[in-house]
Design a protein around this ligand. Structure first.
Ligand code: FAD
Length: 482
């Protein structure tokens, strides 16, 4: 009977089921010391933002309850991963650290460093496939280069053997009984003062494995039946909102993939919708594979010509955008949704990002950082990829000259104004037809709705037509470059 315990290092896999790494750890028959380390140094400028920290805190609480129910204690540390893992291994005389692979450049680098440094103390680091469907090394073009266009990428992925189903856990998880004050450690993760806007978040979100499962079931009952069309309408309940659960590994993409394949088999009338959802998982996969191959994606434009793009810094306009005070209702509703809930619907992410980079000509990296701090699902690959895609400088990106008209987008995707009314009460009384462009309403209609342009709700911070012309002129400066 093996006596030395092993350490299970939780990273972006905060769950107790459906985990290749945890199954392998259980398989050894050894006692497991489960730990999580909040390391703000190794990620550099990409350390977790505030909204993600809120999620993490609650997700760890759920995980530690699950571990306690199995007789163990989750060890939570704040500090440098290398130092903390060495100390834990030393204290408990552990000879192995098990973990799931992470694909962010800094995380991959950390893993390599740890493998060497733990090795010098005869502690083995074993990592297992992480939160991808296909490992990046598996997916290359015939000439061995990375795919840079989504459609062939996803087609190739789907031609590979399907990702393996979650491995059955043959042996039970045997957590070590160690003395550890997890409650205090969790409290330590709380910010000194809790931001007011987060006080209601527990009513919106249920971080943890059970919350992920509940969200998935709800989506399979409702959203999936109209996903293809409905996913573009932010007021409809058609998207899964699984992104923060995926980000923290409370559910795996493999599990989602197989669940959706089952749905497709059992409910063939939903094929169109299940395929669309699977292709969204494909975009997630694509962004991660790209980040592995192009580690500068979060900082530098994928298309080199954009390095010379004449962006403009403007703190006043940036502030108006962040606070949802641009005078364009769909943009403002999106930015307020983000601030109030830690989430923003995908269609609105595209509209708000387009507005920042094209109407205001503010660098995409500024918007990326704001999203990073305020999204509960902030994800290095998806966020960088999404911003570059919208700004026109990314892989397989939307062409720069495709400039959304925010008023038309509002009218098209929020046709009855339900989304805007929910977030901007000060214009809620306006008739539907004026809601996406309040200043187009006659003075009488504005008065009747209690709106005083510039006082109760801002006039547009830029004129759409002029902004469009300026954006196209700026684009001329880079489009002839390679
Ligand atoms: P669903 O429609 O239910 O999709 C299911 C899952 O598929 C999502 O949870 C996500 O993992 C994946 N997915 C869906 N759309 C995309 C996409 N366009 N690109 C990559 N993966 C996708 N997603 C993040 O998870 N974190 C981010 O930080 C992030 N930042 C973004 C920034 C911008 C500017 C843009 C345009 C998009 C960003 N996205 C990001 C992608 C997308 O908006 C979200 O994944 C999606 O809105 C999450 O909501 P959902 O889970 O309800 O999506």
């Amino acid at each position: 009977m093996p006596t030395q315990p092993l350490i299970y290092w939780f990273r972006q896999d905060l769950r107790l089921t459906d985990s290749a790494a945890l199954s392998a750890a259980a398989q050894t028959g050894r006692e497991i010391i489960p730990c999580y380390i909040l390391d703000d140094k190794s990620p550099g400028q990409w350390r977790m933002g505030n909204a993600s920290r809120w999620w993490l805190r609650h997700s760890l609480a759920a995980l530690s309850e699950g571990i306690a129910a199995l007789g163990g204690n989750l060890v939570i540390r704040k500090g440098e991963t290398e130092k903390e893992l060495h100390a834990l291994a030393h204290k408990h005389n552990a000879r192995a650290v098990y973990c799931s692979r992470c694909y962010e450049p800094w995380a991959a680098e950390l893993e390599n460093k740890l493998r060497k440094s733990l090795g010098t103390e005869n502690v083995e680091l074993l990592s297992f496939p992480g939160d991808l469907l296909f490992e990046p090394e598996q997916v290359t073009t015939r000439s061995g280069t990375p795919f840079q266009v989504f459609t062939p990428f996803w087609k190739y992925c789907l031609s590979l053997p399907a990702p393996q189903k979650p491995p059955p856990q043959k042996k039970p998880l045997k957590f070590a009984r160690i003395r550890e004050n997890t409650k205090n450690a969790l409290k330590n993760l709380d910010p000194p003062t809790k931001p007011e806007r987060m006080s209601q978040w527990r009513t919106l979100w249920q971080p943890g494995e059970e919350g992920a499962q509940n969200h998935l079931l709800r989506f399979l009952e409702r959203g999936i039946t109209d996903y293809t069309e409905g996913r573009d309408h932010p007021a409809r309940d058609c998207v899964s909102r699984l992104s923060p659960h995926l980000r923290f590994g409370e559910i795996s993409p493999r599990k989602l993939f197989h669940t959706l394949l089952n749905q497709r088999n059992n409910r063939p009338e939903l094929k169109e919708h299940t395929d669309k959802f699977l292709s969204q998982l494909g975009w997630r996969e694509f962004s991660r594979h790209l980040l592995c191959r192009f580690p500068h994606l979060p900082e530098k434009p994928f298309k080199k010509s954009f390095e010379k793009f004449p962006w403009r810094e403007n703190s006043g306009l940036f502030e108006a955008w962040k606070r949802g005070q641009t005078g364009y209702p769909v943009v403002d509703a999106g930015m307020r949704e983000l601030w109030e809930t830690g989430y923003m619907h995908n269609r609105v992410r595209m509209i708000t990002a387009s507005f920042l980079t094209k109407h205001l000509l503010i660098p995409w990296q500024s918007g990326e950082k704001w999203f990073w701090d305020t999204l509960v699902d902030a994800d290095l690959a998806n966020n960088a990829f999404g911003w570059q895609w919208v700004a026109g400088c990314g892989a397989d990106a939307a062409p720069y000259f495709r400039i959304f008209n925010p008023a038309l987008q509002g009218g098209k995707f929020d046709e009855d104004g339900a989304y805007v009314r929910r977030r901007i009460p000060e214009i809620a009384a306006l008739e539907d037809k004026y809601l996406s462009e309040p200043l187009s309403a006659p003075a009488g209609a504005l008065k009747a709705a209690g709106i005083e342009p510039g006082a109760t709700y801002p006039a547009p911070v830029v004129d759409h037509r002029k902004a469009r012309t300026a954006a196209l002129a700026a684009y001329d400066a880079v489009k002839s470059r390679p």
